[in-house]
Design a protein around this ligand. Structure first.
Ligand code: NI
Length: 167
């Protein structure tokens, strides 16, 4: 088991746009295993490769109570969005901050699994929120970007102060 370092907002590397995965090989399987370990250890319900400074379109998610339903989304694309929901989101890259964000209530996503097989998933509620949140990371976007300029400035100041105190 190997834990990866999670980048913290406003690290500029969180703004990089991820590239599609082209090889479904041992290196990919090892990276996904490390990402899952890192998410479970944090603990978190989702982690995008961008957050561990790897700029490939890979996301791991587990929203189950039992923490035994790992979902691996590779090269995922949302093909349908329906309805709206507001959920108070947090992020492993924005520790200690929780804010309400509006997202689609139900989505359909097309992706590849770890074996390279094409899959389709329809999700609603928390899972839909989590998928949208994680796929944003791959576009270089964090949930803080949806908040007002004033809130964004306050969060930046708070996290930068934290970073200095930790050194
Ligand atoms: Ni996040």
């Amino acid at each position: 088991m190997s834990l990866l370092k999670i980048l913290h907002y406003p690290d500029p590397r969180l703004k990089k746009v991820a590239a599609p995965v082209t090889k479904f090989d041992n290196a990919l399987r090892a990276l996904v295993a490390d990402m899952a370990d890192t998410m479970y250890a944090a603990p978190g319900i989702g982690l995008a490769a961008t957050q561990v400074d790897c700029h490939l379109r890979i996301v791991v998610i587990d929203v189950s109570e039992e923490r035994n339903s790992l979902l691996i989304l590779i090269n995922a694309k949302i093909v349908r969005k329906d309805g709206l929901q507001v959920f108070e989101e947090g992020c492993l890259s924005v520790p200690g901050i929780y804010e309400k964000v509006e997202r689609a209530e139900e989505i359909t996503v097309e992706y590849f699994d770890l074996a390279g097989n094409a899959q389709t998933l329809t999700a609603s509620g928390l899972l839909a929120v989590c998928i949208q949140h994680e796929l944003d990371h791959l576009e270089g976007k964090v949930f803080v970007d949806y908040l007002s300029q004033l809130k964004q400035m306050r969060i930046k100041a708070k996290l930068l102060k934290h970073a200095r105190a930790d050194m």
